[in-house]
Design a protein around this ligand. Structure first.
Ligand code: SF4
Ligand code: SF4
Length: 134
């Protein structure tokens, strides 16, 4: 499955895709870390929100395999505090869209490990499944 997503996205430019889907410009980010400091789910994430943006700018496709983009609960805390006025919430959504539009689904309950089920907050699951069916 991972190889498959690598293959599917190998020709895209992440920053351009994200800009097209979200209208947000990841190049505006100056890596201050405020988004990560404001995120209530940071402990559950494997990449911090500011790292997600950095990966997008660098076109590092492994960001699409990150748990972070699915754990993001679309709470807008980061977006409200970003000094560069980047809506990180929309940017995360754009990354999920890139995957979903390729018909690669990482959000089925049976694919989530037991350890993750124990540690990921309930609200993150609710948000994830809402996004998945919405
Ligand atoms: S708060 Fe805004 S400028 Fe700062 S790291 Fe996050 S996205 Fe970049
Ligand atoms: S919108 Fe997502 S990344 Fe931003 S603070 Fe909320 S959970 Fe964290």
């Amino acid at each position: 499955m991972m190889k498959e997503i690598d293959e599917l996205v190998k020709d895209i430019n992440l920053a351009e895709e994200v800009m097209e889907l979200s209208g947000e410009n990841p190049y505006d980010c100056y890596q201050c870390g405020t988004c990560s400091a404001s995120c209530p789910f940071i402990e559950e994430m494997d990449l911090k929100p500011d790292e997600v943006i950095r990966y997008v700018v660098l076109n590092r496709k492994e960001v699409l395999k990150s748990k972070t983009i699915w754990i993001c609960a679309s709470c807008f805390e980061c977006a409200e505090r970003c000094p560069r006025d980047i809506n990180i919430t929309k940017l995360m959504e754009a990354l999920r869209q890139i995957i979903l539009r390729k018909n690669v689904d990482y959000t089925e309950i049976e694919k989530i490990g037991e350890e993750e089920k124990r540690t990921i907050p309930q609200i993150a699951f609710v948000s994830l499944f809402r996004k998945n069916v919405g």
